[in-house]
Design a protein around this ligand. Structure first.
Ligand SMILES: NC(=O)c1ccc[n+]([C@@H]2O[C@H](COP(=O)([O-])OP(=O)(O)OC[C@H]3O[C@@H](n4cnc5c(N)ncnc54)[C@H](OP(=O)(O)O)[C@@H]3O)[C@@H](O)[C@H]2O)c1
Length: 290
């Protein structure tokens, strides 16, 4: 008979309480890769996408990241198809503020009426009365930040959003955002090989703000044979992707990695990384390896 840790490996990643009141297992799942090429349209194999989502939750994932713009709407609708009615402990974070005009095309739009419309659409597509975590996908430089976050703060007061987050911001922008609305999370590019946002991570850690590092295994680049982690991974009987994730979990208690994948095999491999505990010297070696 399997133990809980074996059947729900994500539990071993520890928990973080978003906004102090919404606990999630730290190792989550990013649902951007469930769409067609260029994050546009339907996936080639929608049944596998549903299986990936269900398997992630079976393995103990309680935090799923998506966005209205993934598809657009395809990722949110797949989450609903696969998982609704949602488990009580499942937290779904979505985002709004990027428009789509074709594969690989993304443009910010932060006008309040657009953010309101997108929130309403996400509520409908996810099939929820309130969004657990709504992230401003990008700050729109053409619109005053006070208008963008002011609208999200209003939606929060109206009960349509529980918590607000921001994405791809500087420390200065995060500080400015916090003056306009309560911000519980920041989602920026961060992985073992790209640590340009160390200062932001340190600020988030000091303020107990969740830091959701996107691109945690860098499109498999960190995991490729002969890549920076290959040799060390072989020594530890783990895969390079697992080491990249274990390193993030060890780096800071506010990091909530959301590896994305379109396959059940990779979701199983990635979530198993929660069970890897790196020693101090392994952590240092990895920190210097990439
Ligand atoms: N806020 C933002 O602006 C922003 C931007 C980008 C992404 N995100 C979020 O962050 C999440 C993760 O980012 P991401 O998907 O770009 O990067 P990622 O999770 O680092 O990489 C995903 C890629 O790595 C491959 N992969 C996954 N597991 C693997 C494994 N065990 N071994 C080898 N290859 C593996 C996947 O291919 P397979 O499908 O073949 O497994 C996919 O191509 C997204 O799902 C999304 O929720 C946010």
């Amino acid at each position: 008979m399997s133990t809980d840790v074996e059947s729900r490996p994500a539990d071993a990643s520890g928990t973080f309480a978003l906004g102090g009141d919404l606990p999630v297992n730290r190792l989550g799942y990013g649902a951007m890769r469930l769409t067609g090429a260029g994050v546009w349209g339907d996936p080639r194999d929608p049944d596998e996408a549903v299986r990936v989502l269900r398997r992630a939750v079976e393995l103990g994932v309680t935090f799923i990241d998506t966005a209205d713009s993934y598809g657009p709407f395809v990722s949110e609708q797949l989450i609903r198809t696969a998982l609704h009615p949602y488990a009580d402990d499942l937290v779904i974070a979505t985002k709004g503020g990027l428009t789509r005009s074709g594969p690989g095309e993304w443009r910010p739009l932060g006008r309040p009426e657009y953010l309101r419309q997108q929130t309403e659409l996400s509520l409908r597509h996810l099939g929820v009365d309130r969004i657990d975590l709504y992230q401003l996908h990008r700050i729109d430089p053409q619109v005053p930040l006070t208008d963008q976050l002011g609208e999200l703060a209003l939606l929060r007061e109206e009960g349509k959003i529980r918590h607000i987050g921001v994405s791809q911001v500087s420390v200065a922008q995060l500080k400015e955002a916090r003056e306009l609305a309560p911000i519980v999370s920041v989602q920026n590019l961060y992985n073992l090989a790209n640590r340009a946002d160390e200062e932001l991570l340190e600020y988030a850690e000091a303020e107990n703000i969740a830091f959701i590092p996107w691109f945690p295994i860098a499109t498999g680049e960190l995991a490729r044979p002969g890549g920076p982690l290959d040799a060390i991974a072989a020594e530890h009987g783990a895969t390079p992707a697992q080491l990249a994730l274990a390193w993030l979990l060890r780096r800071s208690p506010v990091l909530l990695p959301i590896p994305g994948t379109s396959t059940v095999a990779h979701v199983e491999e990635n979530i198993a990384a929660a069970g890897i505990t790196l020693s101090d010297s392994e952590f240092e070696t990895l920190s210097g390896a990439a």
